[in-house]
Design a protein. Structure first.
Length: 162
């Protein structure tokens, strides 16, 4: 889910949930027959019900555990981490080979990152806070151009705590 409306009542400029890809959900569905096989010796109806319950539970947990990326209240929130947008500079979106490089050999070892497989886009932002040991944030995004624009909009709005 991606939202880029101006600003809602909670001050959210951008919101995205980094849910797993469709293939991850299909792969997770394999646990349903495995769970059902455990209960087959008892009763086939119980086995079928157990398989369905396990499949639904795995999908719900995958969605619930998916981190959110938001720009709200003058902050960039990625998962459980947050930073005032005033401490970010050189915010750039990357896709394709550039994004692949930033996720792999180009990933700085001391960078803070929230990377999810199956999501091509990457947003990289340099941290300007001298007290912060992390020089750069690297965040997966399905719409890296929108996330970059939302951070820049929040910076222009001057709602930073920096």
């Amino acid at each position: 889910m991606t939202s880029t409306n101006a600003t809602d009542a909670a001050g959210i400029i951008y919101r995205e949930r980094l849910t797993p890809s469709l293939w991850a959900f299909v792969s997770a569905a394999v646990v349903a027959p495995m769970a059902a096989m455990v209960f087959v010796p008892f009763d086939t109806t119980i086995a079928l019900a157990a398989g369905i319950v396990v499949a639904v539970l795995v999908v719900v947990l995958m969605i619930a555990a998916a981190p959110r990326v938001e720009v709200r209240g003058g902050e960039l929130v990625a998962g459980r981490a947050h930073i005032p947008v005033g401490f970010l500079d050189d915010v750039e979106p990357f896709v394709g080979n550039e994004a692949r490089d930033l996720r792999g050999p180009g990933l700085q070892r001391d960078a803070w990152h929230l990377i999810r497989g199956g999501i091509d886009g990457i947003v990289q932002a340099r941290v300007t806070d001298p007290a912060d040991p992390t020089p750069v944030w690297v965040i997966s995004s399905r719409t890296p151009d929108r996330l970059t624009a939302a951070v820049r909009r929040a910076q222009r709005a001057g709602t930073t705590t920096a």
